[in-house]
Ligand binder design. Sequence first.
Ligand SMILES: [Ca+2]
Ligand SMILES: [Ca+2]
Length: 172
Amino acid sequence: MLYFKEVLPNPMGRDPNGEWIKLINTGKTAVNTGGWTLSDQSGKTFHFSNIPISQQSIMPGGELTLKYSQTKIILNNGGDTLYLYDKTKKLIDKLAYTGQVSEDEVIIAQQFIKTTEIHTAISAESIKNLSVDQVNFVSGQINTSPLLISIILAVLSGIFGGIIVKEIKNKQ
Ligand SMILES: [Ca+2]
Ligand SMILES: [Ca+2]
């Protein structure tokens, strides 16, 4: 699954040249963004077909950083909403932030934080280096509820735990 990971709406000094949007593939298979689009609140749209084909495929755990020079999407410093659509125009993810963004403040997507809690292996160090007051927690569209995943994992581990106990008992 490809999600918003982080955005930098207010780089040090002059905007928008230093602005960027970072996406991450948290799934187990590569995601081909050919035909995908990314839009902001004002409806300005970036087409992934505009980046080199070699960069359109994002490996599991891989990231894609889109600079303003590529997207031409201006990230408002007073709040904005970004939408990620696949080639069938289905909404894949949404990232919204509100309030004044400080210079050099990186906005980390709530979805990414939640996903990281489940898949701890995925570059947790990227949020480790930020102090809490630097991080503006934002709400993102969640396609799969992390709570649901936790429940499923808990149920599955219970089942497997039960099977193991049963097998041990059978051996005795
Ligand atoms: Ca800006
Ligand atoms: Ca600035």
